[in-house]
Design a protein around this ligand. Sequence first.
Ligand SMILES: *[C@@H]1O[C@H](CO)[C@@H](O)[C@H](O)[C@H]1NC(C)=O
Ligand SMILES: *[C@@H]1O[C@H](CO)[C@@H](O)[C@H](O)[C@H]1NC(C)=O
Ligand SMILES: *[C@@H]1O[C@H](CO)[C@@H](O)[C@H](O)[C@H]1NC(C)=O
Ligand SMILES: *[C@@H]1O[C@H](CO)[C@@H](O)[C@H](O)[C@H]1NC(C)=O
Ligand SMILES: *[C@@H]1O[C@H](CO)[C@@H](O)[C@H](O)[C@H]1NC(C)=O
Ligand SMILES: *[C@@H]1O[C@H](CO)[C@@H](O)[C@H](O)[C@H]1NC(C)=O
Ligand SMILES: *[C@@H]1O[C@H](CO)[C@@H](O)[C@H](O)[C@H]1NC(C)=O
Ligand SMILES: *[C@@H]1O[C@H](CO)[C@@H](O)[C@H](O)[C@H]1NC(C)=O
Ligand SMILES: *[C@@H]1O[C@H](CO)[C@@H](O)[C@H](O)[C@H]1NC(C)=O
Ligand SMILES: *[C@@H]1O[C@H](CO)[C@@H](O)[C@H](O)[C@H]1NC(C)=O
Ligand SMILES: *[C@@H]1O[C@H](CO)[C@@H](O)[C@H](O)[C@H]1NC(C)=O
Ligand SMILES: *[C@@H]1O[C@H](CO)[C@@H](O)[C@H](O)[C@H]1NC(C)=O
Length: 367
Amino acid sequence: MLTQYRNTAALLSLLPLLASFVPGSAASDSCNATSLCGTESPCCSSYGFCGSGAEFCFGGCDPLGSNTLTSCMPEPVCESQNITFSSFDRILMNATEYNGNASAWDFILQQGNIQNTTAGELVLTLSEENNGTLLTSTRYVHYGQITARMKTGRWGGVVTAFITMSDIKDEIDWEFPGNQTTEGQTNYFWQGYVPAQTAGQTTGNLTDTYSNYHDYTFDWQEDTLTWLVDGNVVRTLTRAEVTDNSTGLSRFPSTPSRIEFSLWPAGISSEPEGTVEWAGGMINWDDPDYEAAGHFYAYLDSVSITCADQASANITSYVYGSNSSAYTPTVNLSNETTIESGAVASVAVSAKWAFGVTAVAMLFSLL
Ligand SMILES: *[C@@H]1O[C@H](CO)[C@@H](O)[C@H](O)[C@H]1NC(C)=O
Ligand SMILES: *[C@@H]1O[C@H](CO)[C@@H](O)[C@H](O)[C@H]1NC(C)=O
Ligand SMILES: *[C@@H]1O[C@H](CO)[C@@H](O)[C@H](O)[C@H]1NC(C)=O
Ligand SMILES: *[C@@H]1O[C@H](CO)[C@@H](O)[C@H](O)[C@H]1NC(C)=O
Ligand SMILES: *[C@@H]1O[C@H](CO)[C@@H](O)[C@H](O)[C@H]1NC(C)=O
Ligand SMILES: *[C@@H]1O[C@H](CO)[C@@H](O)[C@H](O)[C@H]1NC(C)=O
Ligand SMILES: *[C@@H]1O[C@H](CO)[C@@H](O)[C@H](O)[C@H]1NC(C)=O
Ligand SMILES: *[C@@H]1O[C@H](CO)[C@@H](O)[C@H](O)[C@H]1NC(C)=O
Ligand SMILES: *[C@@H]1O[C@H](CO)[C@@H](O)[C@H](O)[C@H]1NC(C)=O
Ligand SMILES: *[C@@H]1O[C@H](CO)[C@@H](O)[C@H](O)[C@H]1NC(C)=O
Ligand SMILES: *[C@@H]1O[C@H](CO)[C@@H](O)[C@H](O)[C@H]1NC(C)=O
Ligand SMILES: *[C@@H]1O[C@H](CO)[C@@H](O)[C@H](O)[C@H]1NC(C)=O
């Protein structure tokens, strides 16, 4: 059910909203893999609009819809590390200041508000005013193991999510809808499509995910994708089982992806009925937990990343190569810089546009 709404109703309902945020001609052309951006506005943003500058050419920029495969900025290469949150020094709080320097920041706060605790945890918040919180990693993972130690929300309509998302919308999910605190949902997408009816699955019998930390893992390798909880495998997907043996087309997530965390409002009137239902009903803004804290919340203790590719002096980025075989672009390691030189965005970005981008980004990323 989730799957169905994510890719049809939820997205379609957003398009008029998005279009109304497009500021001026620089960003008015829409783009996709069959309708590329022109030379003036070469970058195809993750929302499918052409433009130039940081807002369009950094994280999320779709190489297949852009003017050329090299129009988007190179993607910062993976770096194995364990990230903890006793300090927020490595989280960029103002996303519009991002210049592509992944050595300076591990995560970018794209929307919402985060808080710290004395125990060194990061708190994602959701309030009626902030519309939820979205954190994205600066670096990309192109196969590797990612573990998040986290506690979820426990309220109908409030969704906690830990996902990976590529610039051409390969996606891998751990999602925790609503007030169900003994289950997690696993899912995956290939280039924005649901590859199979069985893509979304539920893992049950977890000890209360609101009260207890669990380690949620994606072990994403070239030929297998495994989801684990506390080190125990709960689901395995192989590349072979999603490969069409007559055409060679493999619907397996295969492109470098950012790590994203979010707490978002699915139980609100602007969401499709099916999404609200999936998320456990409409949000109760009079919930005692909400009144006590002033927001809904989810806790992130740490994120550990073990990369298949290692960053080095000579390897700084991933760049897309040609659409070589069966719709799967090649991905190359490169030494090209990911950092924008000189001036920032060449497209004026209004506050309204920035909001439109983040709101739609969340829905694209998380639904
Ligand atoms: C790609 O964009 C063009 C131009 O906006 C549009 O006509 C076409 O339907 C789009 N294709 C897909 C697959 O979305
Ligand atoms: C991250 O933590 C795990 C478990 O403590 C450890 O095995 C691993 O070596 C650490 N990785 C890094 C990059 O520090
Ligand atoms: C974020 O950074 C931009 C660009 O430097 C600046 O214009 C804007 O005022 C900043 N926003 C906040 C809330 O500080
Ligand atoms: C990137 O960030 C690192 C760490 O903060 C800093 O040392 C370096 O000078 C920055 N590079 C550029 C080009 O801004
Ligand atoms: C949160 O971080 C700030 C700045 O590092 C620090 O002053 C404050 O004590 C921290 N709060 C908690 C609850 O740890
Ligand atoms: C939250 O969403 C409402 C309704 O769309 C909007 O008016 C408001 O500006 C948003 N707030 C933030 C912080 O994005
Ligand atoms: C979730 O919320 C719905 C609506 O408030 C309620 O009917 C249901 O019992 C709740 N489920 C759990 C497991 O708490
Ligand atoms: C929970 O465990 C029971 C007993 O092993 C099993 O029958 C049930 O399917 C499990 N529930 C889920 C949602 O995995
Ligand atoms: C393709 O062939 C492999 C190896 O024989 C098999 O495991 C897999 O199930 C096949 N894929 C599909 C989609 O049938
Ligand atoms: C990095 O590249 C330079 C020249 O391109 C080469 O001399 C050097 O050996 C390379 N270093 C590593 C660690 O590969
Ligand atoms: C990618 O390759 C497939 C065939 O391998 C082709 O049908 C498709 O149109 C190509 N897409 C683009 C954007 O070039
Ligand atoms: C990247 O590598 C090439 C080939 O080894 C070398 O010529 C070039 O100077 C390097 N560029 C950077 C920015 O390191």
